[in-house]
Write a protein that binds this ligand. Structure first.
Ligand code: DX5
Ligand code: ZN
Length: 220
């Protein structure tokens, strides 16, 4: 079984010390940088935009996983590719022509991800799963860090894993929101491949140790 990945969410970093926090992730056992882009329309919050991502990308030495919580993501696919995104995830709920959006992301040589809000059933991806590199299951309502984990996520991950297996797809499953050492193992056992963790990592006094422990639990 391939190793399970940890993706610290920069939304929870100290923005006044962004380079320091990016270097911490570089030096840690984390695998990816998870970058949350919020537009204040699709979600009730605004995070940060292109100049900040550019600053992060200048220092980041690991995969850059961008999570777009914005309406009309098609407009910005090329921009995010040019900024160095490796994985670009759009919300199912924000895409009228999801299949076209996925092709456009891949045409820019990025991995194509689709995020599902807590109310969206995985079966909406029946007809596109083979075109999706990563499904991000939201285990909180998108918009804010530090929220508590929604327990229904476990069964959703299992349903998605079944769908991926049944269709012969090679899609990775990412979990985003409220991930801690308490739910990591159960998520991986249900089929998760990538665990995003924001506040759990950045609120820790021993951030690198926390990442290392989370990675060990996920791979135990
Ligand atoms: C929520 C974001 C998450 C968030 C996770 O809208 O998509 O990536 O940063 O933060 P925690 O781990 O604190 O729930
Ligand atoms: Zn996210």
């Amino acid at each position: 079984m391939s190793s399970k990945l940890i993706a610290p969410s920069i939304l929870a970093a100290d923005f006044a010390n962004l380079q320091r926090d990016v270097e911490m992730v570089n030096e840690s056992e984390a695998d990816w940088f998870h970058i949350d882009i919020m537009d204040g329309v699709f979600v009730p919050n605004i995070s940060f935009g292109m100049p900040v991502l550019q600053a992060i990308a200048q220092h980041a030495k690991k995969t850059i996983d961008v999570h777009l919580m914005i309406v009309d993501p098609d407009k910005y696919i090329k921009t995010f590719a040019d900024l160095g995104s490796d994985v670009l995830t759009v919300h199912y709920e924000a895409c009228t022509h999801l299949h076209r959006t996925l092709q456009a992301i891949k045409a820019e040589d990025m991995k194509a991800g689709v995020a599902l809000n807590p109310h969206t059933n995985v079966n909406v991806l029946e007809d596109t799963i083979k075109d999706i590199d990563l499904v991000c299951i939201m285990s909180v309502n998108p918009g804010f860090g530090g929220q508590s984990f929604i327990e229904n996520t476990y069964s959703k991950v299992k349903q998605l894993k079944d769908l991926i297996t049944r269709k012969g797809a090679s899609t990775q499953i990412e979990i985003d929101g409220g991930v801690t050492n308490k739910n990591a193992k159960q998520l991986v056992d249900a089929g998760a491949d990538v665990l995003v963790a924001g506040s759990y990592v950045f609120k820790s006094n021993t951030q690198k140790e926390t990442i290392k422990d989370l990675k060990a639990i996920a791979n135990s």
